[in-house]
Design a protein around this ligand. Structure first.
Ligand SMILES: Cc1cc2nc3c(=O)[nH]c(=O)nc-3n(C[C@H](O)[C@H](O)[C@H](O)COP(=O)(O)OP(=O)(O)OC[C@H]3O[C@@H](n4cnc5c(N)ncnc54)[C@H](O)[C@@H]3O)c2cc1C
Length: 472
């Protein structure tokens, strides 16, 4: 292990609350489970409902940045992280369709110390199982294989497909990219028409295959995170599962999306993928080889979406977290980190509740802290993606030249920040974010107002959660 300090697994929240709320969480994905755990830990009675059995069927690699690592360590998961994940100490960049490297970004200790924690790579299912155990320790109950048909923000009821109703003082919408809770909170009508978006393809293969192939062997360094940036696509790949597997996630920008793609090997799904305009024949030859070895490629088409203006419903009962709240492109590493930050923010805020009539104020606080940040993260992720997917030609060449220049001069903690920003915007502010600290800052400024004035619906007018330093 390195010398980058581990945040202490503290008692996590300062107080046990004076009242215990009933909370219903819809969705047992990473956002739902972690929010359930954080609110359970904060002293509330939490029930999680999911239409599925809560087990992920497909392999997905989580690339966990320091902002996420920090929280997982505070939640006491240091030994779990050591056992389920690979520490990442280098990012290798490749451009276009040739194996030519643009250079490597060394994640040196002094650089990581500035960010506050390490980068890790792990399988989503393994992290979720660790989080589920934590949630169970906090007596969170699970209602699996139960589809939610609707939620009523006035009565606080959640209608299940069986006709049964569950009631909560708070209902958490953690129901993912296709959230039904999102439209209740925002009144938006989800467009189902074909329009711009991405196809995401993810798979793992055994590292034995890489070992046996001279061309692929070089990718097997367990501490390396490889990223290919090419016309219309970005590809992330890492060693996973203590060196047993190699995980690949491909995001491909497409003009017209209207088809679901069945799960299968490359020869089975190739025609469908080409049919939506993703010409994977263009990828770098090593990635093409990896695709050819994959037996199960899971995929999904996603539309480009904007962030929401409000994360809580007008009756202050339903609140959005995870991809329901901030639809950054799935597969982009910030998505999972933002979900964990949502959970930590809600847990920390609701550990301070003194009376039931403070629910709406605390939810308002959540909105004030998280909504500007989510908006920034979503806009940043789309802008970054567009830059990295630039078409071949002068724009791509200029970008690659900047990346090369930046990587050459980046030694230890020395970095030309202007050059970094020209390529990646404010990426570092996402990685260095400390969600718990943001709640503390907020509470120091406005907590006493909540404690003093029980009937104040919003403290928005007096609050300016500033993201100005982070806007691009
Ligand atoms: C094919 C595919 C591959 C991916 N690969 C990667 C990858 O390699 N790396 C990466 O970082 N990310 C990847 N992602 C994205 C990643 O899975 C998401 O970012 C993450 O799962 C979002 O977490 P979440 O909890 O917000 O939503 P979800 O994980 O989508 O969880 C939502 C949960 O809500 C439940 N639910 C939804 N509606 C209802 C309802 N009406 N009633 C009851 N339950 C409901 C669902 O069953 C689900 O369990 C991939 C996504 C897909 C689809």
């Amino acid at each position: 292990m390195s010398n980058v300090p581990s945040p202490m697994p503290a008692s996590m929240y300062p107080n046990r609350p004076a009242v215990s709320l009933q909370v219903v969480v819809i969705g047992a994905g990473i956002a739902g489970i972690s929010t359930a755990y954080a609110l359970g830990k904060a002293g509330h009675h939490v029930t999680v409902v999911d239409k599925n059995d809560g087990n992920s069927k497909t392999a997905r690699a989580i690339r966990c940045g320091p902002n996420m690592t920090k929280i997982l360590l505070q939640w006491g998961l240091e030994s779990t992280l050591k056992s389920i994940s690979q520490r990442c100490s280098r990012i290798d960049w490749y451009s276009g369709t040739t194996p030519d490297s643009l250079g490597s970004m060394i994640l040196a200790e002094d650089f990581l110390q500035d960010l506050g924690a390490e980068f890790y790579c792990m399988e989503q299912a393994q992290l979720m199982s660790a989080l589920r155990e934590l949630a169970q320790e906090e007596r969170v109950t699970f209602h699996l294989n139960s589809q939610v048909l609707n939620a009523d923000s006035i009565t606080g009821s959640v209608l299940l497909h069986t006709g049964e109703k569950l009631y909560g003082d708070i209902i958490i919408g953690a129901d993912g990219y296709d959230s039904i809770l999102r439209s209740i909170v925002t009144d938006e009508v989800q467009e189902q028409e074909a329009k711009e978006g991405h196809v995401i393809l993810s798979f793992t293969i055994s590292t034995n295959i890489l070992e046996a192939d001279e061309e692929l062997r070089g990718l097997m360094d367990p501490s390396a995170w490889s990223i290919w940036i090419g016309e219309s696509h970005i590809i992330h790949a890492n060693v996973l599962n203590q060196g047993r597997d190699y995980a690949v996630t491909i995001l491909w920008g497409c003009g017209s999306l209207h088809r679901a793609i069945p799960e299968g090997d490359w020869s089975t799904i190739k025609a469908a993928v080409n049919g939506i305009g993703a010409d994977l024949d263009k990828v770098e030859p090593r990635v093409k080889k990896l695709l050819g070895h994959a037996t199960t490629i899971s995929s999904r088409v996603v539309f480009s979406r904007s962030s929401v203006d409000n994360l809580i419903c007008e009756n202050s009962r339903i609140v959005l977290v995870g991809e329901a709240a901030h639809p950054v492109l799935p597969g982009v590493h910030h998505s999972q980190a933002l979900s964990i930050e949502d959970a930590e923010t809600l847990g920390s805020l609701f550990s301070r509740i003194g009376r039931k009539d403070q629910v709406s104020q605390l939810l308002t606080a959540y909105n004030e802290i998280r909504q500007p940040w989510d908006k920034f993260a979503v806009e940043h992720s789309y802008r970054n993606q567009a830059n990295l997917e630039a078409k071949q030609g002068p724009i791509q060449e200029a970008r690659d030249a900047k990346i090369r220049a930046m990587l050459v001069q980046m030694v230890g903690d020395h970095m030309d920040e202007e050059l970094f920003k020209e390529v990646w915007g404010n990426e570092l502010s996402l990685f260095s974010n400390d969600a718990g600290e943001k709640v503390e800052d907020w509470w120091c400024q406005y907590g006493s107002l909540i404690m003093r004035s029980p009937h104040r619906d919003s403290i928005l007018s007096s609050v300016a959660v500033s993201v100005s330093q982070d806007t691009e």
